[in-house]
Design a binder for this molecule. Structure first.
Ligand code: NDP
Length: 259
């Protein structure tokens, strides 16, 4: 991204799960492009610490709670103006063989990773339509584009998120609001740290072996950096990206080649 330019000046961007990991990198990138940014999440203490380090606003919102979304988004808009950019990034990833995927695990993941994005988009979209400009970017996953073992619920949620992206993009095509998804491969955040810990506990492999197994899926043989995902998200938010809608862009070192 070009240094110094502020193409998002005057736009309010809200990043769900913006207190750490990929969401924090997205928030920093949007701030660098001049946007006023709100980060949301459940852990208020960590969120406020991140927000004060970054120089943005923090509002505690659990994306599984529709009343909290309505209140939190209204509070965010009151301070920084109507939301023009929504990044649906909050998500959880829990692996389990299908036979051990109980309804509780299924519901937790679907409610957070799919229904959460649905509810947040419903809360933010009316102001984008009213203002005549908007960007919705959903952080899906390569697991939204292809099947992966031991994560049926996560794959289903992320495939669903890509379906939502495509359907809404078509529905809004005559309006100045775009809807896209980015699909990271394994990225250096707490999610991968927990995945490695889980593999070590369940298989007795070493940390290095577990990590090598994850990295093997990426032809570049490395983990993606949160900042690399953030660059793709920020590009989709630029004024010049108005013709790009309904896309699911893999940020995964060539792990998947689609389209
Ligand atoms: P982290 O675990 O580092 O961050 C997850 C974020 O989501 C946190 O900020 C967390 O905040 C927030 N969150 C989780 N549940 C809720 C909830 N119910 N309500 C509000 N916020 C919530 O993960 P990543 O940064 O890695 O993940 C970000 C996104 O990227 C996710 O959607 C994930 O599926 C996706 N992704 C990640 C990949 C990876 O390898 N890391 C690969 C592909 C996709 P808090 O705990 O404060 O609520």
């Amino acid at each position: 991204m070009m240094g110094g330019a502020q193409p998002l000046a005057g736009r309010h961007a809200l990043v769900t799960g913006g207190g750490r990991g990929i969401g924090a990198a997205i928030a920093r990138q949007l701030l660098a492009l001049g946007a006023a940014v709100t980060i949301t999440g459940r852990d208020r203490t960590r969120l406020e610490a991140s927000a004060s380090a970054m120089g943005c606003q923090a509002v505690a919102v659990d994306v599984t709670d529709s009343a909290a979304i309505q209140n939190g988004f209204a509070q965010a808009a009151q301070a920084l103006g109507p939301i023009a950019i929504l990044v649906n990034n909050a998500g959880i990833a829990k692996a389990a063989p299908f036979a051990r995927t109980d309804l509780g695990l299924w519901d937790d993941i679907l409610r957070t990773d799919l229904t959460g994005a649905f509810l947040c988009t419903q809360a933010a979209l009316p102001d984008m339509l009213k203002a005549g400009w908007g960007r919705v970017v959903n952080v899906a996953s390569t697991a939204g584009l292809t099947g992966m073992a031991y994560c049926a619920a996560y794959c289903a949620a992320k495939h669903g998120l890509i379906g939502l992206t495509r359907a809404l993009a078509v529905e809004l095509a005559s309006k100045p609001v775009t809807v896209n998804a980015v699909c990271p491969g394994y990225t250096e955040t707490d999610i991968v740290e927990e995945t490695v810990t889980n593999i070590v506990a369940k298989t007795g492999r070493s940390r290095e072996e577990a990590l090598a197994g994850l990295v093997a899926a990426n032809p570049q043989k490395r983990l993606i950096k949160p900042e690399e995902v953030a660059e793709a998200v920020a590009w989709l938010c630029l004024p010049g990206s108005a013709a790009i809608t309904g896309q699911s862009i893999a940020v995964a070192g060539g792990e998947l080649m689609v389209g």
